[in-house]
Write a protein that binds this ligand. Sequence first.
Ligand code: PXP
Length: 238
Amino acid sequence: MNLKLGVNIDHVATLRQARRANYPVPEDAADICLHSGADYIVVHLRRDERHIHKQDVARLCKKFPGKIHLECSISPAMEKAALTYKPFSVCLVPEKPGEITTTGGLRFSAAVRKRLQEMIVRLHKKNILVSLFVSPAKTDIQTAARVGADIVELCTRDYSEAHTLAAQRRELKKLVLATEQARQLGLEVHAGHGLDYQNVQAVARIKGMACMNIGFSILARALFTGLASAVRTMKDLL
Ligand code: PXP
């Protein structure tokens, strides 16, 4: 299987918002990513729009049809945004006020399951594929299939943050088993959160894995691979 890469460009907008400026522009970043091997562009529209704004999602979906993977919560406001801008796919994630980043997979209470079932039907009517961000746990994957998801994105946070090699191996094993189970249930499997240039390959080798969604490590690296040239160009202008 040809493993796909989704690049999360939220932090391009984080930088823009740090200055309340009109650049760097997320569409420009998306353009470079897609011309450099990325298969999808991922953006997380948060309730507080602290990085990516609704207008960014609108512009990205218009400019890159079939390429935008929108991460958002299951709130009615986010559902409305997804139905309006029609990204290629949506990844539904839990969102807690004040969190720095998504901290784990969805918790499937009865109310969440009901909400998901209804929301997924409406998203499907607009031909939007639905992914659920889940822990690599058997019951969560079963639930994802039952509520009608097309994709599960396995949360790799515990794997990425494992402090010992033994703990990392245990977490990797959970990801392997979860991928196998999800494939048997007919779900496409993605993975993401905390993946970097050191830890990505073991996850990429998992049989049945279709797509990895990676943001922070790529943006952090880009800063340093691009910094020398940015300084040189400014010095030339002086
Ligand atoms: N996938 C999901 C569902 C996420 O919430 C995040 C973080 O926004 C990512 C992937 C990307 O994680 P990272 O920025 O750590 O690569």
